[in-house]
Design a protein around this ligand. Sequence first.
Ligand SMILES: *Cc1c(COP(=O)(O)O)cnc(C)c1O
Length: 393
Amino acid sequence: MNYNVDEKGYYGEFGGAYIPEMLYPNVEELRQQYIAVMSSPEFQEEFQSLLREYVGRPTPLYFAKRMSEKYGAKIYLKREDLCHTGAHKVNNTIGQILMAQRLGKKRIIAETGAGQHGVATATVCALMGLECIVYMGEIDIARQAPNVARMKMLGATVVPALSGSRTLKDATNEAIRDWINNPTDTHYIIGSVVGPHPYPDMVARFQSVISEEIKAQLQEKEGRSNPDFVVACVGGGSNAAGAYYHYLDQPEVGIIAVEAAGKGIHSGASAATSALGKMGIIHGSKTLLMQTDDGQITEPYSISAGLDYPGVGPMHAHLFTSGRGEFISVTDDDAMNAGLALSKLEGIIPAIESSHALAIFETRKFKKDDVVVVNLSGRGDKDLNTYIEYFKL
Ligand SMILES: *Cc1c(COP(=O)(O)O)cnc(C)c1O
């Protein structure tokens, strides 16, 4: 079984490029070039140098001693929360800005929901001196004021999407419309392993630095490069794809994906795509998504903005249906408590997305000498208000 993308852009039966005709030239240009560009020594040198000097890589693989004692396993945390900007998303935006430059693009567009991807994109545009336009639903702009301010400070133009529900999907429609109208000078930076081929594969390759580092760091600490399990939360699936990447074809490494169950899988307020999703097309790819019987996309819900997405990337849809990945969903309450527990046990305040991954230890039992690597996708500063309200701090 192959868990990577095939030459047609599919993971098993998922993936592909289901796009309007007018977008075809843009996506096709990227598809023809991305592997050659990424594998050139000159690209790799600049990418690696920025990851080291600007992002602060390699991030530590930290042995969480007190957490390990509590749960009876050898738990390591991959510290993506220590990346510049506070999460893994910048690994991808650095890669894509370099790609855009190689393709001769002068203008960058992106869509954002909670604003995290918008900030990561605005950051690298400032770094490279490129024009940056971020589409964001009008409702989300009101809800996410600090991230809107960050993007403006970084020099980006934030354009409100005024149609539909004025949230992420409407912002995506605006970004696609922009790209159709500006086919030659503009690159569209997508923020997760979603979208038409080649985006899921390209983003997974940029994020694969995570598992590349885990291998070397685990070899040093445990004398073996493979853990027994690697655990990550899944919104679109980019931090998870990066953490799994070099282990996909190593059957002895268990892959655990954690989704947001919101107020409960069957509460009508969740984002547990593997449990609830059916095959459909979203953002240009065929994947599992939450939808009504007549194919309308269901509004997702999670306390964590980064997991509040109605689909998963095609790689994860395939990991789920093939059985290669074990999918677990975690409620808001369990995630919040796991975030507080990590803060008190290890002195690390995690993003609420990452808290979902940490929450599995309450129910999923491991053997005492199992080596379990949890990808700590981001830090909790951005979520402080949610923690304050939830715990009445
Ligand atoms: C955006 C985000 C996620 C979810 O996105 P993926 O593409 O699934 O990784 C998870 N954690 C943090 C901290 C994020 O900012």
